[in-house]
Design a protein around this ligand. Structure first.
Ligand code: SAH
Length: 412
């Protein structure tokens, strides 16, 4: 019989938020006992000494405690990892449409499995484990994935190990797919196919969270000239082209991603030569388009940018705020981007705009876009507000879980 977990105490009155579903206590809110190990299971008590939650500690991290359970009789161990992962997979079976072969099987804290993101790309599992917890619990996480998903290969990234580079920790990667490269697999989502580079790609290889938002863009694209900025490997671009866009321009700063976008067109039977692909800064592209629309001189003309205007613009920038301190800077960047895009759109044009920063709440994001509309002197109608795909659930009481905000707007 294992000895009971050691205890740590809250120094701030945040037990209400933990009991309400928030899974974290930061270092300034807890008093840690000396000698605790990374990932050690402890009981968190409130200031009166009453049990609040059982979870794991990371003594050297600002994120000091992650709650796993509010039940003092539940054991936090490898068996619980398996149980929680099984629950997460069962939820996907209920929520995903058939034929989706790339999906997030586990979304960490939001699936009550702290520290583990697990994406499945065909029969390859691509994991991102978080922090010192992820390092300490890697074997248990990998074991549970092995047992329940039986993938042919398991790839793990953790920012604290090997500079966050992908490591194949179990099995072997499949051979390169036709038209693809080593490290890539092909996934399918709602009739679209994509090369996903599991070893060298961003995040775990692909941005699965925008799947349903790509459907929204596809539905609007018919006959339109579409500009997809921050395109990565062209997810929204393929959706728009399949939806019947007259022309799609794909822009990303990362040249290899743009090259993959081109291959993703071919993979879907779309002729890349009929569309434009640019490795360029989206701010420069939008500044030029805004200048074109309003008659100003572009600060820096972008080579290869098609002439004329675009009537559907997608803005899906990376997180501009990795911490709360960065939010003011992020606000400026969102305002700038959205202002430029709104200036660039003709009357009746569409803007699909997103923010993936967990530190920016939906209401804040909409306020930034509203400021952008004022500056661009455009009247804007909200056609839809959405979040991440259903395989990226958010737990109630944990606003950070609703990190992805997506708005479909019409510029009048
Ligand atoms: N829309 C994509 C995901 C975008 S992730 C999809 O559906 O898959 C954000 C992307 O922005 C990354 O690919 C990154 O390379 C790119 N990026 C970052 N800064 C940029 C900039 N200033 N201009 C253009 N692209 C940029």
């Amino acid at each position: 019989m294992a000895s009971p977990p050691r205890t740590i105490r809250l120094t701030q009155g945040i037990e209400g938020s933990l009991r309400g579903g928030h899974p974290w206590a930061f270092a300034d809110a807890v008093a840690l006992a000396p000698g605790l190990a990374d990932g050690e299971v402890v009981d968190l008590l409130d200031r009166r000494g009453e049990f609040v939650a059982r979870g794991t500690v990371e003594p050297r991290s600002p994120l000091a405690f992650r709650a796993w359970t509010l039940d003092p009789d539940q054991r936090v161990d490898a068996a619980l990892v398996v149980q929680r992962l099984a629950g997460a997979i069962a939820l996907r079976r209920e929520l995903l449409r058939p034929g989706v072969t790339g999906f997030r099987a586990c979304h960490g804290e939001n699936d009550h499995l702290p520290g583990l993101q697990c994406d499945l790309y065909g029969d390859v599992a691509s994991l991102r484990t978080d922090g010192a917890l992820g390092v300490a619990w890697e074997e248990r996480f990998v074991g549970a994935v092995q047992q329940l998903l039986r993938p042919r290969a398991i790839v793990v990234r953790n920012p604290l190990l090997q500079d966050g580079e992908a490591r194949v920790v179990a099995g072997t990667m499949p051979a390169a797919p036709a038209g693809g490269r080593d490290g890539e697999v092909v996934i399918e989502e709602h009739g679209r196919r994509f090369f996903v580079d599991v070893l060298r790609g961003q995040k775990t290889g692909f941005f699965l969270d925008q799947r349903e938002n790509r459907d929204r863009v596809a539905q609007l694209a018919r006959g339109r000239r579409v500009l997809n900025t921050f395109a990565y490997t062209g997810g929204f671009s393929v959706a728009a082209a399949q939806g019947g866009a007259a022309h799609v321009t794909t822009v990303d700063l990362a040249a290899p991603a743009v090259e993959t976008a081109r291959r993703n067109f071919a993979l879907n039977g779309l002729d890349p030569a009929a569309h434009s692909f640019l490795a360029a800064d989206a701010f420069d592209v939008l500044a030029e388009l805004a200048a074109r629309a309003t008659g100003g001189a572009p600060p820096q003309p972008v080579a290869g940018l098609p002439t004329g205007s675009f009537d559907l613009i997608v803005l899906d920038p990376p997180s501009f705020a990795h911490s709360r301190k960065m939010v003011p800077r992020a606000e400026k960047a969102y305002e700038k981007l959205n202002e430029l895009a709104l200036r660039a759109l003709p009357p009746g044009g569409w803007l699909a705009t997103a923010s993936c920063s967990s530190h920016v709440r939906e209401a804040d994001f909409l306020a930034y876009v509203a400021t952008a509309a004022v500056r661009a002197r455009r009247r804007v109608t909200i056609a839809a507000i959405a979040g991440a795909a259903p395989d990226h659930p958010a737990r109630l009481g944990f606003p950070e879980g609703r990190y992805l905000k997506f708005a479909l707007l019409r510029a009048e």
